[in-house]
Design a protein around this ligand. Structure first.
Ligand code: IVH
Length: 687
């Protein structure tokens, strides 16, 4: 085997192990940073040696493959569904039926019923070959490129796996990642997703796998399928699969339980009915399966589902109440959200007064009318939603809801773009909540971070007619502010000082603060790094923007549209006069230095500066940080209390050792642009 291939294999193995530790076992043994360094190393080797390209390389986890049409693939074993039950009587009936056929001791496995999207994964010789959705149960859509990005799905197996088998499970959207996604969408002015399950389902079928990679889906496996499998029961199958690297139910957390009696089944049902709200993902019930494969065969199947398994579905908490009125909210970007104002009602331990109705389609589909008795549910959603209307209880004189056609705030006719569910108010520069929303966004903590100014004050200043846009804020005087309610001399000074200080906020944050649709924190950073000045960014065409790594057409078009607006041009001109930062700062520029390019550093021990800052300094100057000392290490930065084994290894491999100070001198004496750093240090020297 060639040397390069050997290194690629070694890195692949190492990365796969770290992935498994992090995403399956939840116990990483290296930092995210060290992981990234290894990954980048592999990426660069693969780029240089495309002949060793491998579809299941850990570098494929970040996605990038675009699938236009998902091919239809026939399942090797049909994907059956489960018989559902909503009452304990039905579970008792199930147990009776099973015992009638088997007449011997029965062992059941109780599991969680994950609320996500079913997936079937095919592995050959320990490699992921295909990931296929359920479809109609006979054939589904092949979504392999997207599933590869899910970190808990092993791409290469470990241990003693069968050479050819399928494994099935559920793709779920963990609550934390779902929340993060919605926060990001809010920041970008995009409508939030309603619930984790539908979002998981939509995500699995996205064309761009790099977006899937960023969303953070998870995959829990629940059954192994194959011919001539060496094990004899469902439970054994799952525990073996755990050994091959799959995320299977954790017995110690009671996600799975072997039971023998109906009482134990009921206990499991009750346990999770009580505790399911604490799970970090959604379940909608539990599943009970006969464990032994031979007994499963004896019991057989109906046309649609096995006779050896059943699901017990939890009833979603649901109450009925009166819909008093419908109001419409206008967001920062003009998106309209209908809100149901309810007669207050208790649901899941809280008083519910409002429910979301998402958009016009939903109101029409459920025929929701004011004064109706509506059913409200709290599922995985953050805000409760109306799920149905009690038509029987409807008053005779009720009127069908006519969705508003004009903005409730500024009366501008609403627009609805083709293919979009949301209505928008297009009056960006005159609609009060949009104007206020833009200013609130601008002063936010992650943007201009203006001390002494909050949403309430913006509201007050706007109502007083003192500010209409973000530039107006900088022209406020103490004479204007002092007479206002709740404004004392101290708060006025704070506010004015906060605004003056915000003039130092770096360009990337200013760009983010402007609130351009689809330009969030990360995109702003990318644009600033590439274009360096606002003038160059404003002059960029859609083509030039799309050519920038990670900038797609949607963002490019939004940026071009924003800067072509006469109001934007006027606003920017004013902000320039005020003195906001519209050019990348020197410090940020230094980030692009290639001073240490090609050098690999290992850090060991404790230092005056934090290890993280030290790592950043290396990276900022183009160097890499390795996780362990090897022949490839150029420098070991040696801190206090470094372990003796590391020291010995460095000496054995003749790796140069330098102190923290020596390192700082190294980056200091070469100003950015001067690339004459000595890349071949004297071996074994200690500065
Ligand atoms: S077993 C032949 N186990 O529920 C039975 N299914 O109707 C195959 N599901 O969409 C399914 N958690 O994806 C099984 N622990 C679990 C499950 C589970 C969720 C889903 C499955 C399918 C539906 C079954």
């Amino acid at each position: 085997m060639s040397k390069v291939k050997e290194v690629i294999n070694k890195l692949t193995k190492e990365l796969n192990t770290h992935n498994y530790n992090y995403y399956v076992l939840n116990s990483p043994i290296i930092s995210d940073y060290d992981f990234d360094v290894l990954l980048k190393e592999l990426q660069s080797l693969e780029e240089k040696h495309p002949e060793f390209a491998d579809d299941n390389s850990p570098t494929k986890r970040v996605g990038g493959d675009i699938t236009k049409n998902f091919p239809s693939v026939k399942h090797r074993f049909p994907m059956l569904s489960l018989g559902n039950s909503y009452s304990k009587e039905e579970i008792i009936d199930f147990d009776t039926r099973v015992r009638k056929v088997i007449e011997r001791e029965i062992e059941y496995i109780c599991e969680l019923k994950y609320d996500g999207v079913a997936i079937s994964l095919s592995y050959k010789n320990g490699e992921l070959k295909k990931a296929v959705t359920r479809g109609d149960g006979i054939s589904g859509e092949e979504v392999t490129a997207n599933i590869r990005t899910i970190r808990s799905v092993p791409l290469k197996l470990k241990g003693d796996f069968p050479t050819d088998f399928d494994i099935r499970g559920e793709i779920v959207f963990p609550h934390a990642n779902f929340k993060k996604l919605n926060e990001e969408r809010k920041e970008l002015g995009e409508p939030e997703f309603a619930n984790p399950r539908n979002t998981a389902s939509g995500t699995v079928k996205m064309q761009d796998s790099s977006i899937v990679a960023k969303r953070g889906l998870d995959c829990f496996l629940y059954a192994v399928y194959g011919n001539n499998l060496s094990f004899k029961s469902h439970y054994e199958g799952l525990s073996n699969a755990g050994g091959w690297g799959f995320k299977v139910p954790d017995e110690s957390a009671n996600y799975i339980k072997k039971v023998k009696t109906i009482e134990e089944i009921m206990e499991f049902i009750d346990y999770w009915d009580d505790k399911r709200a604490d799970l970090p993902f959604d379940i909608d019930g539990i599943v009970i399966k006969v464990n032994a494969y031979d007994k499963q065969e004896e019991l057989g199947y109906t046309a649609k589902s096995p006779r050896w398994a059943i699901s017990y579905k939890y009833k979603a908490e649901r109450v009925s109440t009166r819909l008093n009125s419908i109001t419409y909210q206008v967001g920062r970007t003009g998106a309209i959200t209908p809100v149901a104002n309810l007669e207050p009602v208790q649901l899941g331990g809280t008083t519910v007064r409002r429910a979301s109705m998402h958009n016009a389609d939903q109101i029409e589909r459920l025929d929701i009318r004011v004064n109706d008795t509506v059913f409200v549910e709290k599922g995985g959603e953050i805000i409760p939603k109306i799920v149905a209307v009690d038509i029987g209880a409807r008053q005779k004189d009720s009127n069908q809801t006519i969705y508003i056609s004009a903005c409730p705030e500024c009366e501008t006719p609403l627009i609805r773009k083709e293919g979009e569910a949301q209505h928008y108010c297009p009056n960006e520069n005159g609609c009060p909540p949009q104007l206020k929303g833009k200013m609130e966004h601008f002063i936010g903590r992650k943007m201009m971070d203006v001390d002494g100014l909050g949403a309430e004050t913006i509201e007050q200043l706007f109502e007083e007619g003192l500010v209409k846009n973000v530039a107006d804020l900088y022209y406020l005087t103490s004479e204007q502010l002092l007479p206002l309610d709740r404004m004392a001399e101290k708060s006025v000074n704070n506010l004015i000082e906060g605004l003056i200080k915000s003039k130092e906020v770096p360009f990337a944050k200013v760009l983010f603060a402007l609130g351009i649709r689809y330009v969030g924190e990360t995109v702003a950073k990318i644009l600033v790094k590439h274009f360096k000045t606002l003038d160059l960014l404003m002059a960029a065409t859609t083509e030039q923007l799309v050519a920038v790594d990670e900038i797609g057409e949607r963002i490019a078009e939004s940026v071009v549209r924003y800067f072509s607006e006469p109001t934007t041009v006027r606003l920017i001109a004013r902000l320039k006069v005020i003195g906001l930062q519209f050019e990348i700062g020197e410090e940020e520029l230094a980030g692009t230095s290639s001073l240490l390019e090609g050098l690999i550093f290992v850090i060991s021990g404790t230092f005056n500066m934090s290890r993280n800052d030290l790592k950043k300094a290396i990276e900022k100057n183009g160097g890499k940080v390795g996780s362990s000392i090897s022949k490839k290490t150029n420098y070991l930065i040696r801190g206090e209390n470094m372990g003796p084994s590391k020291l010995k290894k460095a000496e054995d491999l003749d790796v140069s050792m330098i102190t923290e100070n020596a390192f700082l001198k190294m980056i200091e004496k070469n100003s950015p642009g001067d690339t004459t750093v000595n890349h071949k240090p004297t071996q074994g020297s200690l500065f």
